[in-house]
Ligand binder design. Sequence first.
Ligand code: ADP
Ligand code: MG
Length: 364
Amino acid sequence: MNSIVFEHVDKTYDKKVFVIKDLNLAIKKGERIIFLGPSGCGKSTTLRMIAGLETISAGNLFMGDKLVNNIPSGEREVAMVFQNYALFPHMSVEDNISYGLKIQKMPKDEIANRLKEALRILELEGLEKRKPRELSGGQRQRVALARAVVKRSDYFLLDEPLSNLDAQLRAHARKQLVKIHETFHQTLVYVTHDQVEAMTVGNRIALMNKGDIQMIDTPKKVYNRPVNVFTAKFIGSPPMNIINIEYADGQIIIGEHRITPPEMWKRLMYKNGKDRFIMGIRPEHVKLIINKEDDAVPCSIRYIEDYGNDIGMYFSMAGEEMIAVCDSNAPINNQEVYFHPDYKNIHLFDADTENSIGYPQEID
Ligand code: ADP
Ligand code: MG
């Protein structure tokens, strides 16, 4: 069942600057969907349209099967958490959390129940009487989440809620968010530019660029089956290596070197009807070998970074700068090594459209 549906939605400023153009998107009831993309791509604008904090310029927006184009924010059953979670400085933790419910004149014992549950889930027990200035950044952030949780709204909207936290606190807060969702099953819409948050929190990721959705699918699909070069480069760290190649007479040409791909890839490239492609290969999938083999392309290592567990090897191949991430025990100390594509883990894109030409095998 869908719970939020955008139909041909535009958002323009001054009737000419398109921030969002012809957005079509169906968000399922109870799912955790992530709007991911670079700064300025329109993530917050899209979220704010759902919240009713921005009007839509054209098209229709439905929430729970109801057209909400002109429904004010207060009537939309939404709870929001922003990056700048302004708490009331003069109020205690418990007053900050329950303030909204008191305004609604909710019965006292119901407020007490909801408060107790939120304090427990967000690990704020014992801090009820403190003022925001007596809390750490992570605790303040959890109070902001608790304040949204007690509303028990159908829609839980979060805009970069963890950006102000350090890496360790962020990891902890991600787990808490998933726990909140598994308790209340709201439709959760989460804006972030952090791909790790997107991969770990999302049931589905909507990857945006310049007001357009590039791909919307599960984290696994977005990582393993990117539909275009933008998606391929945005997800993954260090980013996917991207190499320009040609295809002729059943062979892939990299610089001056020719290698023969398996039949299934040949068929896809032939079907595409072009002779120029972009090959993508993730740093963790690059295999470098020491001995020259058929179908291997010579490379030279430029620089090595030690990450502890892994090493990052910067190398050049046919004039392209690339990176491989491999086990720190990898027996590579030579300057001359060879690249041997692991065809299970390559990606091919049309050089003109930058769209994927498909894969010999699909995944679930
Ligand atoms: P994101 O959250 O992905 O970083 P936003 O949704 O905040 O991006 O903004 C998308 C684009 O809309 C940006 O280019 C921004 O400059 C533009 N924008 C936002 N608000 C306004 C406004 N009031 N007038 C004109 N342009 C705006
Ligand atoms: Mg934003």
